[in-house]
Ligand binder design. Structure first.
Ligand SMILES: *[C@@H]1O[C@H](CO)[C@@H](O)[C@H](O)[C@H]1NC(C)=O
Ligand SMILES: *[C@@H]1O[C@H](CO)[C@@H](O)[C@H](O)[C@H]1NC(C)=O
Length: 258
């Protein structure tokens, strides 16, 4: 019984606290968007009986949209680089942005205020990243010449321009290259429009019938290119002689065992 009264007490405490306070229940901003896309940001609030005074939206502390029901019209948008508000699709609880650019990335915050006498205000914020996926497959250079078997390759893979810089990875005959000494990481280089280009070198020893694949990925988005490595005739003779030596050794070992 005592326990029940205590929990009842806490329930009322919670209830009372909630009922006198304006709450922003949630803000929904997609964490990843692509350049050129549109997005609807929503701000869910609970006035708990109070009257709405204003809803204001900010990106990195700069206001770009406000909704004030007392005003005619109630909506107003401020110009901000990378933020194009579509007023027709925006309201007291949502704001619609068109044609996102890389400059649209940032922390989005909605701030809700109540009218007198309470003047309560509440806010919520979240980050939105803008992605630009590469439009082409990565390029590979250095595979045009032929290699002698065991000679280290000198090939580079370069992504198309993108943001953020794509993560590059090499595969040899379908197997991911994890040997660090075979990989040369080059710093991502800036490209036009704030985009970036990544490069990764492969210095693995050449082998017969070698296919190398380079993949450029941003999240789950992937682009790739595969090329064959040509090995010169000289090394085929070498391989044959190694094979002969191995065969001979096998014979000797077999003889010794038997
Ligand atoms: C790979 O990139 C590095 C650094 O830019 C360069 O020194 C090297 O010559 C490149 N290799 C090929 C085959 O282009
Ligand atoms: C060497 O031996 C392997 C397996 O025994 C064989 O697959 C390969 O074709 C041989 N290489 C040459 C150049 O004969």
């Amino acid at each position: 019984m005592k326990r029940f009264i205590i929990s009842l007490y806490y329930f009322f405490l919670l209830f009372v606290k909630v009922s006198i306070c304006l709450r922003v229940v949630g803000i929904s901003v997609p964490s990843l968007k692509q350049r050129g896309e549109s997005v609807t940001l929503t701000c869910d609030y609970d006035l708990e009986g109070g009257k709405l005074y204003s809803v204001k939206w900010y990106r990195d502390n700069e206001e770009f949209y406000r909704y004030m029901p007392r005003l005619r019209p109630p909506q107003h948008a401020h110009k901000l680089d990378g933020v194009k508000v579509d007023l027709e699709k925006s309201s007291a609880r949502r704001v619609h942005l068109r044609e996102l650019t890389l400059k649209s990335r940032g922390i989005y915050r909605c701030e809700v205020s109540e009218e007198a006498p309470s003047f309560h205000s509440a806010q919520a914020e979240t980050f939105m990243e803008i992605y630009y996926f590469p439009k082409e497959n990565p390029r590979i250079v250095g595979h045009e010449r032929s290699y002698v078997v065991h000679e280290p390759l000198d090939v580079n893979c370069t992504s198309a321009k993108a943001f953020p810089p794509p993560e590059l990875q090499w595969h040899i005959n379908g197997l991911k290259v994890t040997e660090k000494s075979w990989l040369t990481n080059f710093e991502a280089k800036p490209a036009a429009q704030g985009l970036m280009v990544s490069s990764l070198g492969l210095r693995a020893p050449a082998k017969h019938l070698m296919k190398i694949r380079c993949t450029a990925s941003i999240g789950t988005h992937r682009r790739e290119r595969t090329v064959a490595i040509e090995t010169s005739n000289a090394n085929r003779r070498k391989t044959t002689s190694i094979n002969l030596t191995l065969t001979l050794m096998n014979c000797i070992i077999f003889k010794l065992i038997s």
